[in-house]
Design a protein. Structure first.
Length: 104
């Protein structure tokens, strides 16, 4: 498995709605994540700054990158766009983090 981590940004007045939407994540979105090799996906919130720390494990970078081209993923981005800092295609602004330590 490949461990991936990134930072995203949620609007400070949208914390509860962001959590609610993930508590009620669409079944189809979960299926697409799994179909594209995603496992152990967690998102953590820093309430002081609105930064989100996302961690997941993927089977293959290439397989996971294809998720962004799916209809359900694009629908999810549109659904979440009003809550987050996003790019022009509605995808969340995401900063990939470099792993510098790992303890198994």
């Amino acid at each position: 498995m490949i461990r991936k981590a990134s930072i995203m940004f949620v609007n400070k007045d949208c914390y509860e709605e962001y959590k609610y939407r993930h508590d009620e994540i669409w079944h189809e979105m979960v299926e697409e994540l799994k179909a594209h090799g995603a496992h152990n996906y967690s998102i953590f919130l820093d309430r002081e700054t609105g930064r989100l720390f996302a961690y997941l494990e993927v089977e293959s970078e290439e397989k996971y990158e294809q998720l962004s081209q799916t209809t359900i993923c694009k629908r999810w981005w549109n659904y979440m766009e009003s809550l987050m800092k996003t790019n022009t295609d509605s995808s969340p602004v995401s900063i990939d983090l470099e792993e510098v330590f790992y303890l198994e």
